[in-house]
Design a protein around this ligand. Structure first.
Ligand SMILES: [Zn+2]
Length: 90
């Protein structure tokens, strides 16, 4: 998978997951300890965020040296212009 497409997919998963978590918070803020259908967006949201991280780690790689371009603990919002490992233009 191309690193540009992989980053777009990861963004969809991250931000879709975060939106689902906000929706779940809206349902659960009044009754936080009740397991109900409102827990479904919690699991889907967490799954989306984790899947976004996995896609970033596995597929967002330099096309020349193959090393991961993900090098911090925060959500990767954009690709660097150059690979931090080999200097290839991205
Ligand atoms: Zn590289």
């Amino acid at each position: 998978m191309d690193h540009h497409k992989a980053l777009k997919l990861a963004h969809g998963l991250y931000f879709g997951g975060l939106i689902l978590l906000f929706v779940a918070y809206g349902f659960l803020k009044d009754e936080p300890l009740t397991f109900s259908a409102a827990m479904i967006p919690v699991f889907l949201g967490l799954g989306g965020v984790v899947a976004g991280l996995v896609v970033t780690l596995v597929f967002v790689r330099c096309p020349r040296c193959g090393r991961s371009l993900f090098h911090s603990s925060r959500i990767m919002l954009s690709l660097p212009h150059y690979c931090p490992h080999c200097g290839a233009h991205l």
